[in-house]
Design a protein around this ligand. Structure first.
Ligand code: SAH
Length: 390
């Protein structure tokens, strides 16, 4: 095992070494930290990026334009800072701890445990389930309420390891002016390149990050169908699309996308996005992580099923884009090669992205895009583009 934070089995470390070689320790230490830039995508159907930038800056918020993508703005992430253990502890779940580490407040649903002596007004430490101190703050309710009420603000965070604006608390967020999204995720929609008048299927769409971008990119004039299997996530996607004002342009259908070809035999989209579940090894910051090579293989076989269905539904001449926020060859280059091998009508084409770097394996490696956390200071990401020729 390399680095205390990552409980990855030997086979998984070997798979990572195939990608990163001697740079593996650099990769692992990069994913423990957040990127230096926290990106949002401006909802260009509601506001132009310059106006949003001016309105945020007029309130003293440090925010900048991305060098290339017009709809991408970013906020600098400051830190790391020292946070001390004040004795009274609130244990946040892993997901909540990773947000609090960036300065988010802690809400009751994210709490796993707390010191029974905690009363409103007490100064407390927020710790992860593994015991890492991620922030210091003031309790807004008693420990009893944190556990019983399961809702509301539990700890107002005053000091955290990293600091970035609390995006979801900004009035511009409620107004639907932006969507927090990583830069590589935004590039995925550029590769898909959805045009007005086209039918676009997003097979694993919730919570709708890329769906929203597709709507904006095609200026609200594409017919977008967003599928997802999870009831809870479909509801969340509905709320997000409503917040952005995109419901007029999206059909949201709950389904198991591995059977779209059977359940919706009439569907012939011009473009299909496959952004399936993955091992998320590129996602950062991670306080710790536990995964095995078996997870990678299970994920890869699931991903192949989605892609196969995409090739069955897409129109002749149509485009499929595949993206993941993970870094193994098994879930990326190999998934594409496996697909191409079985169908002479499919062709891998260039993603057209000038940022990041190219693939690391296989015949088509110079056509893929990869983003590396320790090189490009973003989420680890993979993007491929396929065309159905016949
Ligand atoms: N594209 C999204 C993120 C997708 S994460 C965005 O940009 O915001 C992967 C999604 O796949 C999850 O929402 C999960 O619910 C969904 N999923 C998992 N199995 C599925 C299945 N069999 N059919 C459809 N969706 C599935």
């Amino acid at each position: 095992m390399i680095g205390g934070a990552f409980d990855y089995d030997a086979a998984l470390l070997e798979a990572l070494r195939r990608v990163y070689g001697s740079e593996l320790p650099l990769f692992l230490s990069a994913i423990e930290r957040p990127s230096r830039r926290l990106y949002v995508r401006v909802n260009t159907l509601r506001i132009d990026p310059g106006s949003l930038l001016d309105s945020l800056r007029s309130r003293g918020i440090r925010v900048y334009r991305d060098e290339e993508l017009p709809e991408a703005l970013y906020f600098p992430v400051d830190g790391p800072y020292q946070v001390k253990d004040v004795g009274l502890r609130v244990v946040a779940d892993k997901h909540a701890s990773e947000s609090v580490m960036l300065g988010a407040n802690l809400y009751a649903p994210g709490i796993e445990d707390c010191d029974p002596e905690i009363k409103p007004g007490a100064v407390v430490s927020v710790v992860s389930p593994r015991g890492d101190v991620v922030a210091e703050g003031v309790a807004k309710m008693s420990c009893w309420d944190m556990k019983k009420r399961r809702r509301g603000l539990a700890v107002e965070v005053h000091r955290s390891i990293y600091r970035a604006p609390r995006l979801r608390e900004l009035p511009e967020f409620s107004a639907g002016y932006f969507y927090p999204q990583s830069l590589p995720a935004m590039y995925t929609t550029y590769t898909l390149d959805p045009q007005p008048g086209e039918i676009v299927v997003d097979m694993c769409a919730a919570p709708g990050g890329k769906t929203g971008h597709i709507v904006e990119y095609a200026r609200g004039l594409a017919y977008v169908i967003a599928f997802d299997h999870s009831q809870k996530k479909v509801k969340e996607m509905q709320r997000e699309m409503e917040r952005l004002g995109h419901l007029f342009a999206v059909e949201i259908w709950r389904t198991d996308s591995r059977y779209i070809d059977v359940d919706y035999p009439w569907l012939r989209p011009h473009r299909v996005l496959v952004d399936p579940p993955c091992t998320a090894l590129g996602v950062r910051p991670k306080l710790y992580d536990r995964k095995s090579y078996r997870d990678v293989l299970a994920s890869a076989s699931y991903q192949k099923q989605f892609l196969r269905v995409a090739t069955r539904i897409v129109k002749v001449g149509g485009v499929i884009v595949y993206s993941t926020c993970t870094v193994t060859i098994e879930e990326n280059e190999e998934v594409i090669e496996d697909l191409i091998r079985g169908d002479p009508c499919l062709e891998v084409v260039d993603t057209g992205i000038r940022r990041g770097s190219r693939g690391v394996y296989g015949e088509f490696k110079d056509l893929y895009t990869r983003f590396h956390p320790h090189v490009h200071d973003v989420t680890g990401y993979f993007i491929a583009k396929i065309v159905r020729k016949c």
